[in-house]
Design a binder for this molecule. Structure first.
Ligand code: PMP
Length: 466
């Protein structure tokens, strides 16, 4: 019977792969892969484990996409989803509002830094960033400075897949084959310290990057720049942790030039760095807006939002345009199910999960840093419960660099066979496990990662690359 069940499952997986190839368009496909790139077929998951079509159980190293922060099959969250669907499954944000949306707005305002007392809910991260940017445009229109609209972004940034948000993306491939609103976007360097940079080096780098921003403003004119957008830690760029003091410097420069500072906390908020919002708690800054998504519902419902400063709304109210309308809203803005789930997630975070992330952080970092002894590990970056292991062959000829570009994927494939999912990004492996992980699973996860890297080293040696 067990054998039959396994065959059944294998049959379902094969059928699913064939159907996906014919009908399911996956995100970020290369042209050559469209219709030929089946992804791992999952039927169920529980806690920090997912189960593939063949019944193999794997540790969910990236917590889905940095979002399943409280684990899969969470009974308490599932109950909230069901109960809310039975109580009030939807209400139009155009002319009604739910108890859940109002309560969530209050609680988020209490957690947000400074006067970020208002929230506009969206359907995810891209729509949150898009909303923040459109709000910046509206704000400057109302204040009578329609030319103050350009947006400053940094190398390595990722902010979403809608047109304005995607226009800021600045990782390899982001703009190669896709249009971006280039006339609206200005670029600064990626704030990425060299491996092992000491404190003095970090301060010097911060000073250089701040000067780059000042020079850009002097060249382009503050009157043309509406916003600076920054992830506190560049997530999809490979967990890039800016040099000490950098975010505070950038915040200060924005304030001097009346440029809105938008902190994109789609990944870092809701516990990933041990706090509901990280901007102030971890980096000591009070932005003008904070975007969030992902962890707000621990991946159980699509929800995002923008925290907006009271001061900005006050300036709009004080303008002499009472008729000015922020013509922006989504059918699912303030969705009651999403808000109910977020309230439950906040309860859980406040009840212990934030504290748990802060407690696990040093061990998580230390265990991952222990991988530095491996010859292809170039750098390990880690903060909160997010980390990136960057790999390099140490050679710089074109053929070796081409191999390096696929090293993340190679390690991931080895790790999958050993029972761990990692998120491969070019020559990097990203790990951002659910917060419910414990010390023993951290050890297990890093042990598998080590084995996966060792297997990759063996492959490279066999190919004569090392
Ligand atoms: N901002 C950041 C920092 C992100 O990492 C992401 C997604 N990874 C987004 C925005 C876009 O969010 P979504 O995919 O929910 O639209």
């Amino acid at each position: 019977r067990q054998q039959l069940a396994e065959w059944d499952q294998a049959g379902r997986e094969q059928a699913a792969i064939r159907a996906a190839e014919q009908h399911l368009m996956q995100p970020w496909p290369a042209a050559e892969d469209i219709g030929a790139e089946a992804r791992m077929y999952l039927e169920q998951a529980e806690g920090i484990m997912v189960e593939d079509g063949a019944g193999n159980r794997l540790i969910d190293g990236p917590a889905g996409m940095w979002c399943v922060n409280l684990g899969h099959r969470h009974e308490g969250i599932a109950r909230v989803l069901y109960n809310q669907a039975m109580e009030l499954s939807y209400c139009s944000p155009w002319y009604t509002m739910s108890k859940q949306a109002v309560e969530l707005s209050q609680r988020l305002a209490a957690h947000a830094p400074g006067d970020l007392n208002h929230v506009f809910f969206t359907t995810g991260g891209s729509s949150a960033v898009e909303t923040a940017l459109r709000f910046m445009q509206f704000y400057n229109n109302v204040l009578g400075r329609p030319e103050k609209k350009r947006i400053v972004t940094r190398g390595g940034a990722y902010h979403g897949s809608t047109y304005l948000s995607a226009s800021m993306n600045a990782r390899p491939r982001d703009g190669d084959w896709m249009d971006q609103a280039r006339d609206l976007v200005l670029h600064l360097s990626e704030p990425k310290p060299a491996p092992g940079l000491d404190a003095a080096g970090q301060r010097a780098l911060t000073a250089r990057l701040a000067q780059e921003f000042r020079d850009l403003i002097a060249r382009e004119g503050a009157a043309s720049i509406g916003a600076f957008v920054a992830e506190p830690v560049q997530a999809s760029g490979g967990v890039v942790i800016a040099p000490e003091g950098y975010l505070r410097e950038m915040r200060q420069i924005c304030a001097e030039h009346d440029i809105l500072y938008i902190s994109d906390e789609v990944v870092t908020a809701f516990g990933r760095l041990g706090h509901v919002f990280a901007s102030e708690a971890v980096f000591g800054i009070q932005p003008d807006m904070i975007t969030f998504a992902k962890g707000v519902t621990a991946g159980y419902f699509p929800l995002g939002g923008v925290m907006i400063s009271e001061r900005l709304l006050e300036r709009i109210r004080q303008s002499n345009h009472p008729e000015a309308c922020f013509a922006h809203g989504l059918t699912y803005t303030s969705h009651p199910i999403g808000c109910a789930v977020a309230l439950k997630v906040l309860d859980l975070l406040e009840a212990g999960d934030l504290e748990r992330v802060r407690r696990l952080e040093p061990l998580f970092r230390a265990r991952l840093e222990s991988l530095r002894d491996l010859p292809i590990v170039k750098e390990v970056r880690s903060i909160g419960l997010m980390a990136c292991v960057e790999l390099a062959t140490g050679k710089s000829d074109a053929a070796s660099l081409a191999i390096e570009q696929k090293m993340g994927k190679r390690v991931d494939l080895h790790c999958q066979k050993l029972g761990l999912l990692v998120r491969p990004l070019i020559n990097m492996c990203v790990i951002s496990p659910p917060f419910i992980i414990d010390e023993a699973v951290i050890e297990r996860m890093v042990a598998i990662l080590r084995e996966g890297i060792l297997a990759t080293i063996a492959d490279l040696q066999a190919e004569g690359e090392l």
